[in-house]
Design a protein around this ligand. Structure first.
Ligand code: SIN
Ligand code: MN
Length: 272
């Protein structure tokens, strides 16, 4: 999938692009059906909410689930990112964020590159987030909130919040968030399952808790240019990957084909 010149301009200006219903209902069913199986596993990659039970964020499913491995190599997600950077990309992080009905907790205001830079020594913001909605995202079930244009600030000062939720995060000061919102406002892209978001790694974002009776499962691929790979290996390999092999894309119909496998995920060179 190629971005048009006007989409590229929009991305430069706002820091994100939204593609409603990019994947079909049949493709989403393949992925959605796999989620309960993943959540039933007891593995360190699945981080639970503070209650110790509700799945919050599940890392690296593309390394052990065939269908998520196919998604990780899907051209509709990978190709536009390579186009923006003009370089092959590797998988820096892969996560399924649950935001489960009633129990899905807040994600405080943050920038992803802030974390990748501070914790993983990723040199530059040459990495991109791509999200796929597995469920409908509406105004009630904890949609992502973006501050348009905030990516142009570069890395903003942040504090390490280890208390608010079960997952530590570098979060922004309220005063800085207020200033950015006065300038850019807030948007909350909403849409049916199969919708895709692409957003800049410096875009300031967060999401409110899910008080609704509807789950809000979103998958995130964080794709980093190969030359910009992380330099520090402080976090577990399943949170910040150390396999810098360029992603080999599969065919556009891969999710619906039984004869195409996403696994084994190529391990390539493991950094020392
Ligand atoms: C994130 O920003 O990493 C997660 C936000 C969300 O899933 O709502
Ligand atoms: Mn984030």
């Amino acid at each position: 999938m190629e971005l048009t010149p006007s989409q590229r301009e929009q991305f430069e200006r706002d820091g994100y692009l939204f593609f409603p219903s990019l994947f079909s209902a049949a493709e989403m069913k393949v992925l959605r059906d796999e989620v309960p199986r993943i959540y039933a596993e007891q593995r360190p990659e699945i981080v639970r909410e503070k209650d110790g039970v509700t799945p919050r964020t599940s890392f690296a499913a593309h390394t052990y689930s065939d269908v998520f491995a196919k998604l990780a190599r899907h051209p509709r997600m990978v190709q536009p990112v390579q186009q923006v950077f003009g370089e092959p990309v590797y998988m820096h992080q892969f996560k399924i964020n649950g935001k489960q009905a009633f129990d899905g907790d807040v994600w405080q205001w943050h920038q992803d590159f802030g974390t990748w830079h501070r914790d993983d020594a990723m040199p530059e913001a040459r990495a991109m987030n791509v999200s796929i909605f597995l469920d409908e995202v509406n105004e009630f079930n904890g949609p992502l909130w973006f501050i348009p244009g905030s990516h142009r600030e570069g890395v903003v000062e942040a504090g390490h919040d280890t208390r608010t939720t079960s997952y530590p995060l570098w979060t922004l000061d309220n005063s800085k968030v207020r200033e950015l919102i006065e300038r850019g406002g807030i948007v909350a892209p909403k849409g049916p399952p199969g919708s895709m978001l692409m957003f800049h790694s410096c875009l300031v974002h967060g999401s409110p808790p899910n008080m609704s009776p509807w789950d809000r499962v979103i998958v995130y691929l964080s794709l980093c240019t190969v030359s910009n790979h992380i330099r520090q290996f402080k976090r577990p390999e399943w949170i910040a990957h150390r396999d810098f092999t360029p992603i080999q894309m599969l065919g556009d119909d891969c999710l619906l084909r039984e004869d195409v496998r996403g696994l084994p995920w190529p391990t390539g060179r493991q950094a020392a």
